[in-house]
Design a binder for this molecule. Structure first.
Ligand code: KG4
Ligand code: ZN
Length: 343
């Protein structure tokens, strides 16, 4: 019999509740995906403030869940299992979701599954593109994470091949936007400005691409500093800042490094499917360059639509469905949040 899985996400600044139907053949169907974001409350600080995020989750959790059930035309009593992000993420923010999930699970008498946020970012792709061929390579790029993952089984076997040694890709976008005087979050305005700029105007550094650097790790803090220094020097000379050219050149450096390393990893490991997910996957140059390079290398590229790439509850419900289908034993009601949960 098909099962209804509720997914709860609260690891950062998005309160998400998703509902999916797990069919007997393993297919997972999206029924509802409601998100309440506190991003506007963080904008004036230039980044997420954990206390504000936790409070916003408290306020938004039940109304967001109610909206999801209303959209799906379901009742609470239709739920067969609950999945919740147990980590990684902000401690207080995660606790709100985990506590809510436990309360729903206990009240409804259904199993609870603590799941990994990073795996959720990859699992969400199955809602749009169907079952994931394995092994597959995951490039996860968001405000909090930059990771290269090898996925052998979305429910039980994911290996981290590399990650950023300093800033996440999205964090670099947000910081560069700030020095360019663009609003937070910085990805969308940089993406837009870059369309009018020359990506070859300034040769910004490509971090961690030297022969002695770890093959599959990333670094974006040097790039961010290089952009800030370049702007300072231009200001000292009294020059106008060519915002569009700086944005395009910075964006090119990020997309170049991410796609070069991901394609290299896929080739070395003999993997022919790649999923790019996380908020930065919405970047037009990243997806464009990835499509070009994947095609040249004979790799099938899957990028979920932007709405699914950013944090949401559907990704957790989707992963929950795969975990249920795999027969994983449920978590106990003692489940606690783990801000540093490894993938
Ligand atoms: O996945 P997400 O919504 O939240 C986190 O888990 O971090 O990702 C948010 C990040 C922000 O840093 C934002 O600047 C970036 O994704 N982002 C973009 C674009 N849209 C969002 N970065 C580059 N280009 C975009 N179009
Ligand atoms: Zn995320």
């Amino acid at each position: 019999m098909p099962k209804i899985i509720m997914g709860i996400e609260s690891s950062c600044d998005e309160t998400g509740v998703g509902l999916v139907r797990l069919h007997d053949d393993g297919a997972v169907e999206l029924l509802a995906d409601e998100v309440a974001s506190s991003v506007d409350q963080h904008a004036r600080f230039g980044g997420v403030v954990p206390e504000i995020a936790s409070r916003a989750h408290m306020e938004a959790m039940v109304p967001t869940a109610d909206r999801a059930f209303e959209k799906a035309g379901l009742k609470l009593s239709d739920v067969d299992a609950i999945a919740v992000t147990a980590g990684p993420g902000l401690s207080g923010a995660l606790l709100v979701g985990v506590s809510a999930a436990k309360a729903y699970a206990a009240a409804l008498g259904v199993p609870l599954y603590g799941v990994n946020h990073l795996a959720g970012h990859i699992a969400v792709d199955t809602l749009q593109h169907g079952p994931l061929p394995t092994p597959c390579l995951g490039l996860l790029v968001s405000g909090g994470h930059t990771q290269l993952l090898r996925i052998d089984d979305i429910a039980s076997s994911i290996t981290e091949l590399g990650s950023t040694v300093d800033d996440a890709a999205g964090e670099a976008y947000d910081k560069v936007a700030r020095v360019l005087g663009l609003p937070y979050p910085g990805g969308p305005p940089i993406d837009k400005a870059a369309k009018e700029g020359d990506p070859k105007a300034i040769a910004f550094p490509r971090g961690m691409t030297g022969p002695r650097d770890a093959k599959f790790d990333f670094s974006f803090s040097g790039l961010k500093t290089a952009v800030a220094r370049w702007i300072e020097a231009a200001e000292r000379r009294g020059d106008d800042i060519p915002v569009n050219d700086v944005a395009a050149s910075f964006q090119e450096a990020v997309a170049d490094v991410l796609t070069a390393k991901a394609v290299k990893a896929a080739k070395e490991l003999g993997i022919d499917t790649m999923v790019i997910s996380g908020g930065v996957a919405a970047n037009s140059r990243l997806s464009g360059l990835a499509a070009e390079r994947c095609e040249a290398a004979g790799i099938t590229l899957r990028v979920p639509r932007p709405r699914l790439c950013t944090d949401n509850g559907a990704m957790i419900a989707a992963l929950g469905a795969h975990v249920v289908a795999a027969g994983r034993p449920p978590s106990s009601l003692d489940l606690s949040a783990n801000p540093a949960l490894p993938v």
